[in-house]
Design a binder for this molecule. Structure first.
Ligand code: NAD
Ligand code: ZN
Length: 357
């Protein structure tokens, strides 16, 4: 059991055009000839944001492939690439959605720790502090900018590097950067936040702090997604704060049934986190009845139709693998169902729940 308070980013810059602070914030990190590593979401390749990144001579600006969710192998490749360049790294800066946030956190950790990123998937396995890291989200909802986990697909399962060395040291939360997100992507990633709140508030591990943050985040999600036509910097300010508060909420508690199942869908079927969560949330009448109703209202309000029959024709082995991966998420089940979760969620029941998706 962890007795101390979770570690949070020390410095948070919030507001429109706060991205402009970046050159000033980076300058002390360059002292002593340090180079900086920028990981930019490839969506922005060649776009104005790309040109605004203050890259200098020795820096590396990388555009990692995020057509699949990040993996431990991908992190190992990034580490090898940076090591080959023989740079003395002053900071890692991640600019993008949750995938880039997790890659940046993992890279910063692995530059100072031996072995493969897969060795650190789990809880409190990281030995040495990471390189200084700055997170600049361009999508809102995952909370990856604030949490103490960096979620990766590994050789055996999808699992985060959960540690006190994982959170960013510094954040720049600039709503202007999130404005171009397509409506459907914005919805799926935004619903990740909604679901974080539902699972945190509906779980056994909630605390005064998590209740506070999750309640605030939930109310901001409602303001944003019940009025979907309005997508401007003001709404995005609310959403970026919701994501941050939702992340703080789960940092002080835990997620639940939806995430335990969606990790399986992500790992086994390669379904992206936001969509995977939504597919599961739509089937949660037994566990989160009021929130499931509300979620369906939000789907309709935002004109989103979920794909159906995703798991209908899966063979027995695949369904078993989904079930195994999901049941491996012990802390999530404990939070959702209590210490006797194994009796309350027998394999057959979970397999049938997957089949219904
Ligand atoms: P994402 O980062 O995977 O990006 C989805 C798509 O949106 C990509 O094609 C990306 O290029 C594009 N994109 C990003 N910003 C954009 C913008 N402003 N405009 C247009 N397109 C943009 O999506 P996500 O939902 O933010 O992140 C999902 C990932 O986050 C998953 O890998 C999941 O496991 C992880 N996650 C991590 C945590 C954590 O606490 N560490 C929590 C939840 C989810
Ligand atoms: Zn999530």
């Amino acid at each position: 059991m962890r007795l101390q308070q979770p570690v949070f980013p020390d410095t948070v810059h919030f507001g429109r055009n706060s991205f402009d602070l970046l050159p000033t914030r980076l300058s002390p990190l360059r002292e002593g000839g340090n180079a900086l590593i920028f990981l930019l979401d490839p969506f922005f390749s060649g776009k104005p944001l790309h040109q605004r990144i203050p890259v200098e001579k020795n820096d590396l600006l990388l555009l990692p492939d995020i057509s699949h969710e990040p993996s431990t192998a991908q992190v190992d490749q990034l580490v090898a690439l940076v090591r080959e360049s023989n740079l003395q790294v002053g900071a890692v800066v991640g600019i993008g959605g949750g995938s880039i946030m997790d890659l940046a956190k993992s890279l910063a950790i692995m530059l100072n720790n031996p072995g493969s990123a897969a060795d650190y998937q789990g809880w409190d396995l990281v030995r040495y502090p990471a390189v200084y890291k700055i997170g600049i989200p361009t999508l809102c909802g995952t909370g990856a900018e604030v949490t103490r986990t960096a979620v990766l697909n590994g050789p055996r399962r999808k699992l985060g590097i959960n540690s006190d060395h994982t959170p960013f040291d510094e954040l720049i939360l600039d709503p202007e950067l999130t404005l171009g997100a397509p409506a459907e992507q914005r919805f799926y990633t935004g619903m990740d936040c909604f679901i974080h709140c539902v699972e945190s508030l509906g779980g056994k591990k909630q605390t005064e702090q998590s209740t506070f943050y999750s309640t605030q985040a939930l109310s901001l999600c409602r303001e944003v997604f019940y009025e979907p036509k309005r997508m401007d910097a003001c709404t995005q300010e609310k959403l970026i704060l919701a994501s941050y508060a939702g992340g703080m909420g789960i940092m002080n508690s835990q997620v639940g049934v939806v995430h335990a199942m969606s990790y399986g869908l992500g790992y086994v079927l390669g379904i992206r986190h936001g969509l995977a969560n939504c597919l599961v949330m739509d089937k949660m009448d037994e566990y989160y009845p009021a929130a499931t109703e509300e979620f369906r209202e939000l789907l309709s309000c935002n004109g989103v139709t979920l794909p159906s029959g995703v798991c209908r024709d899966l063979d027995k082995d695949t369904l078993n693998l989904l079930t195994d991966v999901s049941l491996g998420m012990r802390p999530l089940w404990e939070n959702a169902l209590g210490d006797d979760w194994e009796e309350r969620m027998p394999r057959e029941k979970l397999r049938a729940m997957f089949s219904s998706i």
